[in-house]
Write a protein that binds this ligand. Structure first.
Ligand code: ATP
Ligand code: MG
Length: 215
């Protein structure tokens, strides 16, 4: 059996065409079932539906052989036990620093004051501000980071931004770009060796599809 870990929503949707290229078609959509294990047209391939941030953990411990996870999630996880052979170039966005409109971020940084940063991406926030020599107090959140500056919980947030419409709707502006984000294929290191005959053709099909889109 080959088990592939995916999260609901954009990653599942954007992975479907890649699976199709490898001849894999799920028998149900995660939105229309409460099942967490979904079969496919291939008797020896199943999908498991997990939280986006849990994908690397399932693959690391071999509970899934493959998975698709955002670079944001992979950096926070650390990537232990995982091969990351392919950037799938899906679920693209950017990790940014954002503040409430009118907050003088440049001045706050220049004065050397401690900044209060609310984020789910604590590792990347620490690394980013350490590299700038800015002292921060980190406030760990699990979602709706945009709210934090509006209610005085934080001076700034570190969050994913794609179109910027959520920032705009909440009177926030992006002030720094930390990195571009896309989702990667992750493979359990021992599964790749033990199940190479089954996994390698999938990897080849995904690679051909991703390369085909670039040309
Ligand atoms: P949850 O919604 O379960 O709390 P999540 O927000 O991390 O978790 P998704 O919203 O499905 O889950 O995001 C999955 C991945 O897609 C993220 O890890 C990131 O790489 C990418 N992503 C997140 N937001 C966007 C966006 N607005 N546009 C494009 N890609 C995004
Ligand atoms: Mg989300």
């Amino acid at each position: 059996m080959i088990t592939i870990a995916l999260s609901k929503g954009r990653i599942f949707e954007e992975t479907l065409p890649l699976l199709a290229a490898a001849g894999i078609v799920p028998s149900e959509a995660p939105e229309s079932t409460r099942k967490l294990i979904i079969g496919t047209n291939q008797a020896d391939v199943q999908l498991i539906i997990v939280r986006a941030s849990d994908v690397p953990t399932y693959v690391q411990y071999g509970a899934a052989d493959l998975g698709v996870a955002g670079k944001d999630v992979l950096i926070e996880h650390g990537g232990q036990g995982l091969y990351q052979p392919l950037d799938l170039e899906i679920a693209k966005c950017s990790l940014m620093v954002a503040v409430q409109n009118g907050f003088d971020y440049a001045e706050a940084v220049k004065q050397g004051a401690r900044l209060r940063i609310a984020t789910k991406y604590t590792e990347q926030a620490k690394e980013h501000f350490a590299s700038k020599g800015v002292h921060i107090d980190l406030i760990k959140l699990y979602g709706s980071m945009e709210l934090a500056p509006l209610v005085g919980l934080a001076d700034a947030i570190v969050d994913l931004v794609s179109t910027g419409s959520t920032l705009k709707a909440n009177d926030l502006v992006a002030v720094e770009h930390i990195r571009d984000i896309s989702s990667r294929l992750v493979i359990n290191q021992s599964a790749l060796k033990l199940k190479q005959a089954r996994i390698q053709p999938m990897l080849d099909a995904f690679t051909a599809t991703v390369n085909g889109r670039k040309n």
